[in-house]
Design a protein around this ligand. Structure first.
Ligand SMILES: Nc1nc2c(c(=O)[nH]1)N[C@H]1C(S)=C(S)[C@@H](COP(=O)(O)O)O[C@H]1N2
Ligand SMILES: [Mo]
Length: 249
């Protein structure tokens, strides 16, 4: 869905109290306007409800034997190697951009927040899927703690790895950012994330394709637009021109 339409839809839902619709409907000449508005309202509501729907969750025995690492699997920089050798005790996740209270969170902070555990299916555009259990705090809790400003339209995820000479990064809109299954995972199948799967922190955005799930997460940034970030298309693969920004499934 184009962003302009999505925003109109959100604004429309907030701006149209049901009582006002009913009053309008009772007066003759406004009837057609009401019908059109109601149609639009219903369509808009359905579209938004569809985006907020949960991704399927699975039973423990349905998990795949392994979830292969894709894209970056190893980070060869001294910084990352040291961080790993220290058990990521000095890793920081920053939350900044259009927020009132920028945060710098430790792994201990990430563990002390309320946690969500979910068994979901990862779908990579390259044609493979894997079911695994992920655990970590909700992105929405971090955004609420940081007090994201109203001007923010997107959340950018910055990563520690460089793939084909470019920083990996991704972004989502506020519907996915606040989705109840959007978590920052620090555990895979009950153990700390392995390096190949994004240690120590990676995104899980369950209604989106694999490439949106940024691994090796270092920073979360609220922005009004991603025009000025890297190639301006909102993500590593989007900039390269291979994949679309909206990767909804
Ligand atoms: N930082 C970073 N995040 C990334 C990638 C990457 O190369 N670097 N690859 C993406 C792609 S294409 C997929 S399918 C998933 C793979 O996750 P996995 O390695 O845990 O299987 O991570 C995504 N997130
Ligand atoms: Mo992927």
């Amino acid at each position: 869905m184009p962003d302009i339409k999505r925003r109109a839809l959100l604004a429309g839902l907030a701006a149209m109290p049901a009582a006002a619709c009913t009053e309008l409907a009772e007066t003759g000449p406004a009837r057609n306007v009401f019908d059109a508005a109601e149609d639009w309202h219903r369509t808009a509501h359905r579209a938004l409800a569809n985006r907020q729907a949960l991704a399927p969750e699975y039973a423990p025995e349905e998990r795949s034997p392994d979830i292969r690492g894709n894209g970056t699997r190893v980070i060869d920089t001294p910084e990352y190697k040291n961080a790993k050798a220290e058990g990521f005790s000095n890793w920081r996740l920053s939350v900044g951009g259009l927020v009132d209270t920028p945060l710098s969170l430790t792994m201990a902070d990430m563990h002390s927040l309320p946690q969500r555990t979910q068994i979901t299916r990862h779908d990579c555009v390259e044609g493979w899927s894997a079911i695994a259990q992920w655990r970590g705090p909700l992105l929405s809790d971090l955004l609420d703690m940081a007090m994201v400003r109203e001007e923010a339209n997107f959340i950018i995820f910055r990563c520690a790895d460089i793939l084909y000479g470019r920083d990996y990064y991704e972004s989502v809109d506020m519907v996915d950012a606040y989705h109840p299954q959007t978590i920052i995972a620090h555990e895979l199948n009950g153990a700390p994330l392995p390096e190949k799967n994004g240690a120590p922190l990676r995104m899980r955005i369950e209604r989106q394709l694999g490439y949106k799930h940024a691994k090796y997460l270092t920073a979360i940034e609220a922005v009004a637009s991603f025009d000025d970030i890297y190639g301006g298309k909102g993500g590593f693969w989007e900039d390269v021109g291979d994949y679309q920004w909206y990767a909804g499934i």
